[in-house]
Every structure is written in C-alpha cells, then in structure tokens.
Design a protein around this ligand. Structure first.
Ligand code: BEZ
Length: 259
C-alpha cells in the first residue's frame, strides 16, 4: 500500500494504528498489482507511497531489493518495523537518478495532487532506461458518494471544500497523456469499478482517510460531520448490512524508453 494508505505530500500526518485497523484492505486488494509488476530476483524496485509497508513486504518476497518511500514519518516508521528500507520524502521531489528497474505504487498517486507532472518526472528520473512504472490509483469518480457528501457537509458549514480536498482522481485519458508527456511508453492502462467492502461503518474510513476534510472544522464538530456523512451515504453504500465503498481504480504499466 503504497501511498498505503495513505501517502502523500510532504509532512502528511497519518495514524499507523488507524491505518492498520481501517486500511488493511489497501494492501490486500493491491496484491494483484504485483502480477503486473512481475518483480524478479536482483531487481531494484522503488515503492512510491509505501505506507506501512504491508504490500512492500509482499513485493520483496520475489527476491527483489525494494526501497519504500513515503511522506508520512509515522508510516515510514511502521514500514521500517517490518524490516523495510523505507525513506521519508515528498513524492513531488523524488531524490533518485537512474537507479531502479521498476517503480511500483499502489493507492498513493492520488494523494500527490499539487503537481502530478512533477511526480511523473521524478519517477522517470528514478528509473533506469527501459525501467517500468507499474501503479494503481484512484480514477475519475473514485469514492464519489463519500467525496460528494463530505463536500456538501462542509459547504453547509461555510467551508470551501475544494480548498481542503486532498485527492487527485484523473481520467484514463488525462493520465495517459501525462505519462506520455513525461516520456513514458504506456503499454497498458485500464480503469475499472472495484466495490470495496469496508471493515466496519464508513466512520473508520473517514477518520483514517478524510482527515483533511475533518481538520477544516474544530475537533468538537468532527463527530457531527462524520454522522452526517455516514447517514448521507448509507442508502448508497450499505448492502445486506455491509458497507461497500465505491472505488474506481486506474491501473497502468508504462516504460521509460531504453536509450
Ligand atoms: C483510494 O485508494 O482510492 C483512496 C483511499 C483513501 C482516500 C481516497 C481514495
């Protein structure tokens, strides 16, 4: 998980404990992305937005040498506790040059909203010629019901929700063009709905992943905001008593051309 969950611009504050409790599914669903990466023994791989390293650990089982990278000190510490060489830094300013056979990223790129093209330039720079970039992120329409309810609830309270919304969910066409502009050959790119069962009510998801929205209000108002969003999305997201979030994924394999 990369961008396990959550992962993002420099200095983002994540709770490893909330993440472990409410975001374990991020690494579980992300496991199928390893089949797109196909890491091999001896390769050097960068996990961009490694989060707490749960998925990074699985990639490492292939025998590749993997470096984690994340903007959250707390998640980097959690990844290091798993024995992963995890580095702290901003995905908009990757400090690597032609040293990786592959860059891998799961559920992280949508947190790097400030300048997606700078992120892609950094990935291209980090890869050796011929290296591959294999990633999954939220695509256009991702968690639309939850996002819409958050915006509505904040606007009702006089907050301009667009100014605090931390997510970048591009269309397939937009992101393919950005990859190409960064010099990549896009071998494969797909967008698909992935209804995602949550470990409990949406409350846990909100406290783990929607902190920027909550932080726009005094702490004394958080419970009220969460209750309002929960009741707004309940008719859309609860099926047979199970909360199922409306995830849309964007997945791709792109290659930095060999010299
Ligand atoms: C995602 O993985 O799509 C996601 C996770 C948390 C917040 C927003 C999106």
């Amino acid at each position: 998980m990369n961008a396990s969950p959550t992962k993002p611009a420099a200095g983002q504050v994540w709770s490893a404990e909330h993440y472990a409790r409410n975001g374990r599914f991020v690494a579980e669903f992300g496991a199928s992305l390893i089949d797109w990466l196909l890491p091999v023994v001896g390769e050097r791989v960068l996990d961009l937005g490694c989060g707490d390293g749960a998925l990074t650990e699985h990639v490492a089982e292939s025998g590749c040498a993997i470096i984690g990278f994340d903007a959250s000190q707390e998640l980097v510490t959690a990844a290091r506790a798993r024995g992963i060489d995890a580095r702290l830094g901003d995905g908009h300013a990757l400090p690597f040059s032609a040293e990786f056979d592959a860059v891998f990223s799961n559920a992280a790129l949508h947190w790097m909203k400030r300048d997606p093209d700078a992120v892609l330039r950094g990935v291209a720079q980090a890869l050796k010629p011929g290296g591959r970039f294999v990633a999954e992120m939220g695509g256009a329409g991702n968690v639309a019901s939850i996002r819409g309810a958050l915006h509505e609830a904040l606007v009702q309270r006089g907050v301009a929700a667009t100014t605090v919304d931390p997510w970048y969910f591009p269309t397939l066409t937009d992101y393919r063009e950005r990859l190409q502009n960064a010099g990549f050959d896009v071998l494969r790119i797909e967008s698909y709905a992935r209804p995602t069962p949550l470990p409990g009510a949406v409350d846990g998801w909100l406290t783990t992943f929607a902190k920027q929205f909550l932080s726009a209000l005094p702490e004394s108002d958080h419970a009220d905001l969460i209750a309002e969003v929960r009741e707004a999305v309940r008719p859309v997201l609860v099926r047979d008593g199970i909360w199922i979030a409306d995830y849309i994924r964007l997945r791709f394999v792109a290659v930095k051309p060999a010299n």
